[in-house]
Design a protein around this ligand. Structure first.
Ligand SMILES: [Zn+2]
Ligand SMILES: [Zn+2]
Length: 277
């Protein structure tokens, strides 16, 4: 079913696999380095071999990363852009070393400039990143955002435009349910969810939809609030999750909800029940 959660690498990459095994996750997302700093981390051969060898033994079928939040490819500030490009080149290198299929990226924010300008800067910089990264298979999946401030990605049209302008087979998209709802897509009903997915298909193409973030939303429809809630405890209800589990069995789906009170176990149990209904 390719279902799991964002897991920690605080004790090294193997801790992520241990956490996954304890809760029977077959898909996981990690930060491949400390997400709060720009400082880089290089994956050693030993770490690479250990992780690749043990991933299937721990029952994990697909693993991927989330790029650090400091990155902003949409910025007009050249210094920040350069740092962001370098960070993503390093991110792709770690992903290749660990056998991660993709890294999820928030497209970026336009700052003082227009959305159109922001989008073209992001696309141009993505091309630079792939050029610098050289050969490899790890993709960058652009995530839809809650549409806060000048952030790009709150509308499917933004992602569509980014994919077109980048024109690389190494770019795809990741859909976060909380962000979709917060940015104004009413996915609470089966019809609403169907309409949203039809929109993804028409504007982007479902073959580019390669990951889901399953989060309920604390904020109401169109609130632009990026506040994740446990499954079934927020504004979304269970319908959108049931829909995704039913229609996207082969696309990896991970939780990004808070870890308190054994939340991952509870959320995964609920999602597995929904899938079997
Ligand atoms: Zn997300
Ligand atoms: Zn979020």
């Amino acid at each position: 079913m390719l279902l799991g959660s964002h897991v920690s690498i605080a004790g090294g990459y193997m801790t992520a696999l241990e956490e996954a095994k304890a809760l029977n996750m077959d898909a996981i997302q990690i930060f491949s380095k400390n997400q709060r700093t720009w400082s880089e981390r290089v994956v050693t051969d030993e770490e690479s071999n250990m992780f690749r060898k043990n991933m299937p033994l721990y029952g994990v079928k697909q693993a991927f990363s989330h790029a650090i939040y400091l990155i902003n490819l949409g910025t007009e500030k050249e210094a920040l852009a350069e740092k962001s490009i370098q960070a993503l080149v390093h991110e792709l290198a770690r992903c290749e070393a660990l056998g991660l299929t993709h890294t999820v990226l928030h497209p970026g924010a336009a700052g003082e400039s227009t959305t159109t300008e922001g989008i073209s800067r992001i696309a141009k910089r993505l091309k630079t990143i792939f050029k610098l990264a050289g050969k490899g298979s790890t993709k960058i999946l652009l995530e839809n955002t809650s549409g806060q401030g000048t952030s790009i990605g709150g509308k499917l049209e933004h992602l569509s435009e980014l994919l077109q302008q980048t024109g690389s087979s190494r770019v795809g998209i990741c859909i976060d349910t909380c962000h979709a709802f917060a940015s104004g897509y009413d996915i609470r009903t089966e019809g609403g969810m169907q309409e949203f997915i039809d929109g993804v298909d028409a504007k982007i193409g479902l073959k580019h939809l390669l990951c889901f973030h399953l989060n309920d939303s604390k904020g109401p429809l169109g609130s632009k609030l990026d506040r994740h809630e446990n499954i079934g405890k927020g504004e979304l209800g269970l319908t959108p999750f049931k829909y995704i589990l039913k229609h996207f069995e082969h696309v990896p789906k991970v939780l990004e909800t808070a870890k308190e009170d054994d939340a991952d176990r509870k959320n995964l149990t609920l999602l597995r029940q929904l899938a079997s209904r």
